[in-house]
Design a protein around this ligand. Structure first.
Ligand code: NAD
Length: 349
C-alpha cells in the first residue's frame, strides 16, 4: 500500500498525539519530527525511531516528507506554512488554523499558489455523533432550524496558562476560552447551522490572573437561515463539563456532548434511530478536554482526520476540512471579540 510520509513541526503537548495517530493510519507513516527545543524533538523521535530536527526547514528538504503537521503555537503558523508550501509539502495544521482571518488568508494563498493541500484539525467533526447530526440536517429531519447552541464550560488551571508563555496571549493564542478551547464546538455549530449574520457578545477575564484574553464569553447569534443561538465559553468553570452542541428544529432536536449524541428525537422516526439510541449508551470516541487539555483526549479523532488527509493526498481530492472551512470559526470568533470590545451587536457582511 502507498503511504504518505509525514513530518511533525512542534513536539509539545499535541505533537505526540499526531505521531500516535499517524502511526495508527495504514496509508500514513511518520518519517521525521522537529522542534526548536531539541529535547522535545528527540524524545518524540526516539519513541518512533525517526529523525529529529531543530530546524523544520532542514526537515522539509527531505523528499520522503510529503506532508507536515503544524503543532506549534497557533500564532506561529503563517510563516512556517508559507515556507512548507513553497517546499512543496501538504499542510495539516492544528486548530485554530491561525489566530486571525488575515493570517489564515496568507496560508490559503501560499498553499493554493504551491498547489499543495491544506487541512485543519477539527477532530470533533469526525465523531460518529457529529456526522449523524450533519446527515440529519442534510435530510431535513429537523424541519425548520430554530436554535443552535454551543456550551463549552471547561476548566483550565492557572498553572495551565503558566505552562507555556504563548498561552493566553493575543499574539500567539489569538484569544482565550473561545479561540483556543471553544473553537471545536463553534466549528461544529457553523457546520450544522450555517453562517451567522448577526452577533452580540460580552467577554471578560473573570477568574485567572495575568491573562490578556477571555476566560469567559457569551454570545447571542442570528444565523443566516433565521435561527437564533447562543455560545457560552469558559475556562473558569470548575471542574469542567462535557462540551455540548444543541440543534433544535420544528420537527426534531439533537444534543451532542463531547462528540457523543445524548439526545435524539424526531417527529418522524427512521430505522437509523434504533442504532443511534444504542450508540448513545457507549463512551465518546473522542474523550474530553473538559478539565485538562490532554488527560482524557483520545487519538481516534485525530486518527480519522489524518486518514482522511492522507487519502486526499493519495487520491488528489480535497480534505474534509480544508483552509476555507477552517476559516469560518476564526472569523466568527473575531466578530464576537469585536462585539464585546464595542459593546454592541455586529452585522456580519
Ligand atoms: N486538536 C486539539 O484537541 C488540540 C489539543 C491541544 C492543542 N492543540 C493545538 O496545538 C497547538 C500546540 O499546542 P500545544 O498545547 O501542543 O503547545 P505546546 O506549547 O505544548 O507545544 C508547542 C511546541 O512547539 C514548539 N515550537 C515553537 N516554535 C517552533 C518552531 N518554530 N519550530 C518547531 N517547533 C516549535 C515548542 O518548542 C513546543 O514544543 C496549538 O495551536 C493548540 O491550539 C489542539
Amino acid at each position: 500500500m502507498k503511504k504518505v510520509g509525514f513530518g511533525i513541526i512542534g513536539c509539545g503537548n499535541i505533537g505526540p498525539v499526531h505521531a500516535a495517530a499517524i502511526q495508527a493510519v495504514s496509508c500514513a507513516m511518520l518519517v521525521a519530527v522537529s522542534d526548536v527545543v531539541e529535547a522535545n524533538a528527540k524524545k518524540l523521535a526516539d519513541k518512533y525511531n525517526v529523525d529529529a530536527y531543530t530546524d523544520y526547514r532542514e526537515m522539509v528538504k527531505r523528499k520522503d516528507v510529503q506532508a507536515v503537521c503544524l503543532c506549534v503555537p497557533s500564532g506561529l503558523r503563517a510563516e512556517i506554512a508559507e515556507e512548507c508550501a513553497q517546499a512543496g509539502k501538504h499542510i495539516l495544521s492544528e486548530k485554530p488554523l491561525e489566530v486571525t482571518s488575515s493570517r489564515i488568508d496568507r496560508i490559503i494563498r501560499a498553499t493554493e499558489k504551491a498547489g499543495v493541500l491544506l487541512g485543519c484539525i477539527f477532530q470533533s467533526r469526525f465523531a460518529d455523533g457529529s456526522k449523524l447530526i450533519k446527515q440529519a440536517i442534510e435530510q431535513n429531519r429537523f424541519g425548520k432550524l430554530v436554535l443552535g447552541d454551543a456550551y463549552i464550560k471547561w476548566y483550565r488551571s492557572q498553572e495551565y496558562y503558566k505552562s507555556a508563555s504563548w498561552r493566553g496571549t493575543w499574539k500567539l493564542d489569538g484569544g482565550g476560552a473561545l479561540m483556543n478551547q471553544g473553537i471545536h464546538q463553534i466549528d461544529l455549530l457553523l457546520w450544522f447551522m450555517g453562517r451567522v449574520k448577526r452577533v452580540f457578545a460580552q467577554t471578560q477575564c473573570i477568574a485567572h490572573e495575568g491573562l490578556e484574553v477571555e476566560d469567559l464569553a457569551t454570545a447571542v447569534l442570528e444565523f443566516e437561515n433565521g435561527a437564533y443561538g447562543v455560545i457560552e465559553g469558559s475556562t473558569a468553570t470548575w471542574p469542567g463539563h462535557p462540551a455540548r452542541v444543541e440543534v433544535h428544529g420544528s420537527e426534531g432536536s439533537a444534543v451532542l456532548e463531547d462528540g457523543k449524541i445524548v439526545f435524539w428525537k424526531f417527529t418522524k422516526r427512521k430505522p437509523i434511530d434504533v442504532k443511534v439510541e444504542k450508540e448513545m449508551k457507549r463512551e465518546s470516541e473522542l474523550g474530553s478536554g473538559a478539565s485538562d487539555p490532554l488527560a482524557a483526549l483520545k487519538i481516534e479523532g485525530h486518527r480519522r482526520q489524518i486518514e482522511d488527509f492522507a487519502q486526499a493526498i493519495l487520491k488528489g481530492r480535497k480534505p474534509a476540512v480544508d483552509g476555507r472551512e477552517a476559516r469560518h470559526a476564526v472569523a466568527l470568533i473575531e466578530q464576537i471579540y469585536k462585539s464585546a470590545r464595542l459593546g454592541k451587536p455586529i452585522k456580519i457582511q
